[in-house]
Design a protein around this ligand. Structure first.
Ligand code: ZN
Length: 169
């Protein structure tokens, strides 16, 4: 049985680890990269390296950030008493685009998904409770996704937060 050369196998292996990429699409991507110019391939690998080297999660809200604290957490004009809870950094961007939220965020970095073995302990919930402990935050907006996992996460959070006497919407 013939097989691909080792460098190509390594690329296929790496691509197949990406979410939603099976063996066939990994192969398509790998051959696209092989045919691409050296410069184009370099830009791709540089972009991958750059997000790892220059982006991190905000130490307060777990939004993506280039510094220890993200721009939103550093913005003194935002209302620190209102906290919007979302699943992913991309949700922060989507809500920011609407301009409807003037408070801060907390990114859970996921949702409760029993089928994928993701329980509440895998999300940034302890960090959330810690943030709530100093009493600055008065109002919570739970903005998890409208799917099953998102709703389960929202239900879990409401149960957890209700005894704290905050306004929850
Ligand atoms: Zn932040």
């Amino acid at each position: 049985m013939t097989t691909y050369a080792r460098p190509l196998l390594r690329l296929l292996e790496a691509l197949e680890k990406l979410p939603g990429v099976g063996p066939r699409s990994a192969e398509r991507m790998a051959f696209y990269i092989l045919r691409a110019s050296r410069e184009e391939a370099r830009q791709l690998s540089q972009a991958v390296a750059d997000v790892k080297d220059h982006l991190r999660f905000c130490e307060i809200c777990f939004n993506l950030s280039e510094a220890e604290r993200c721009q939103i957490c550093q913005d003194a004009s935002r209302d620190p008493s209102i906290l919007c809870i979302v699943e992913e950094p991309k949700d922060v961007l989507a809500i920011e685009k609407t301009g409807a939220h003037r408070g801060l965020y907390h990114v859970l970095l996921g949702a409760i998904a029993p089928l994928d073995g993701i329980g509440p302990e895998r999300l940034k919930i302890d960090e959330l409770l810690h943030r709530l402990s100093d009493g600055t935050i008065q109002e919570i907006i739970i903005a998890t996704d409208a799917d099953k996992d998102g709703e389960m996460t929202a239900a879990h959070l409401s149960k957890l937060l209700r005894p704290l006497g905050l306004k929850i919407t």
